[in-house]
Design a protein. Sequence first.
Length: 312
Amino acid sequence: MTSTQHNRPGSLAIIVPVFNEKQAIGDVLDTLCNLRGQSDWEIIVVDDASSDGSSAIIETFRDRVTALRHTSNRGYGASLKTGILATRAENVIFVDGDGQHDAGDIPRFVSELANHEFVFGSRKGASGVPGIRKPGKWLLKQICEFLAAQRIPDINCGFRGGRRKLYMRMLDLLPDGFSFSTTSLMYALKSRCSMTFLSIECKPRIGTSTVRIVHDGLKTVLLALRLSMLFDPMRAFGYPAVALIFLGVIYQVYIFAAFGLHIEGGSILSILTGVLLFHFGLLGDQIASLRKEISSHTSLFWEEKEGRSGDR
């Protein structure tokens, strides 16, 4: 398929990240291939250096899918990036390779992508989320909703779709791990992209999860801090700054009223801390804007490079 064909309006690539999914990947790919039927959807499978025999199963589908493989384990997000870079389709849809997602929902995503730039899956209740991960997920959801100033049905469902060109613009900002999903959602929200959420059923995964509770719990906290600094530093720093300045001023006014013209160290410390936090927010906001601008310019480089490749 040529680059020109790939870029035609309405073209679609389904990207399936795989890491040690031997028990599920065969059925997932078989279902996707049958669903595709006579449609010209691409199916791109990215094997993230699986060691359980998943690669051998993927090989049996090589005549029906595009099979890519990392030589070392790079992460969930890195697999999705590899898939995005490997296609020229207008739209991409991500489907996990562990059997959680119902491929029958894909036509609904395709239909919504005709009218929206992004479509995100929203799992009903807590389906597909292990109980031990729910507290961390709840905390991260509260932070995301605070930054976005709106309710978010599901912050990190792996079943989602969107315009490839928009994913290319944020590619340098997206992490290589599981936080790819949350970061890309926040980018779309803060960029005021057209989007919708589709309610989906999420089945229990087949096989063993690669999530490590303590390790990934700490990464969740770091992710919350990273999202704050990347998408709205002024919102993260501004409220504490204003609160500290207000408390300092109120306390100093009370000191003046109660004890006369006496400067209280505590009130001055509170005011100065608030001023410093406010300036940290300003600085962070400028850095975040610069990072987004650089990422956007990088996507133009890729588009130009792909254009040259398509002309050959």
